[in-house]
Design a protein around this ligand. Structure first.
Ligand code: ATP
Ligand code: MG
Length: 238
């Protein structure tokens, strides 16, 4: 048995964007999957409003890194509406209008009738985000959802996620190994050690959503890089 994380304890506040940041293999995905209820923690517990998390639930929806999370035979609107239908979230008559609201929120209204294979990676991720939001979860769990995008699209998606968050104030638990991404998105950033991951530090990020070239943004990136490099294996990115 592999111990993925050890002694990791943290609390995500309602309505915040909380980032798990750490080197590859430190156990970020394992942690996120535990919060999602996909894998039970071998020790310790995860709770939501004092209730122990034991299985996946509609209150916690996951957005993955892979672009193939969509049903290829359904349109953009169809993918979102289908999820609503399966989860019986809204009355059958309101499926399309409810779905359209979230498709519009992620800027894909003009592509609502397009099929996934005609979309770029960034657009597919936006559909996945729209679908997750439409389900009305309490928390959005995001595991490196922008990691496979080109740098420009990635930055645009990060800005869009911040904009969506300002609109919805959804609680977001976001996993990344990019320092820059963590500083753009995280109200608070949990910096993990290499695997089996532990908590190195939980940082209040006053540089969240500030321009990438602002002094506070640069200082925050620097501070986090130093925390990661305490192990002599900081990553040369971000
Ligand atoms: N299904 C599995 N079976 C056995 N070991 C696993 C399994 N999944 C993950 N691990 C191990 O658990 C540890 C943590 O993996 P995890 O995928 O959570 O890391 P991560 O921080 O998400 O890494 P990355 O940034 O590369 O996605 C690693 O040592 C990994 O090899
Ligand atoms: Mg991972």
């Amino acid at each position: 048995m592999v111990t993925a994380v050890e002694n990791v304890s943290f609390e995500v506040r309602a309505g915040e964007k909380f980032v798990l940041l750490g080197p590859s293999g430190c156990g970020k995905s394992t942690l996120l999957k535990s919060v999602a209820g996909f894998i039970p923690p071998a020790a310790g517990l995860i709770s939501l409003h004092g209730e122990r998390v034991q299985r996946p639930g509609p209150d916690r929806v996951v957005v993955f890194q892979e672009f193939d999370q969509l049903l290829p035979w359904k349109t953009v609107l169809g993918n979102v509406a289908y999820a609503l239908k399966v989860t019986k979230r809204v009355p059958a008559g309101d499926l399309a209008s409810h779905a359209l609201r979230f498709v519009t929120m992620v800027g894909l209204e003009p592509f609502k009738d397009a099929y996934p294979h005609t979309l770029s990676g960034g657009m597919k991720q936006r559909v996945a985000i729209a679908r997750s939001l439409a389900l009305g979860p309490e928390m959005l769990l995001m595991d490196e959802p922008f990691a496979s995008l080109d740098a420009l699209t990635r930055t645009r998606m990060q800005e869009e996620l911040n904009a969506i968050w300002r609109q919805t104030r959804k609680t977001i638990l976001f996993v990344t190994h990019s320092i820059q991404e963590a500083v753009i998105l995280g109200d608070r950033i949990l910096v993990m050690t290499p695997g089996p991951g532990r908590v190195r530090s939980i940082i209040d990020n006053e540089a969240v959503d500030t321009p990438l070239d602002s002094p506070e943004f640069i200082a925050m990136q620097h501070r986090i890089r130093e925390l990661l490099e305490l192990d002599g294996q900081g990553r040369g990115e971000g």
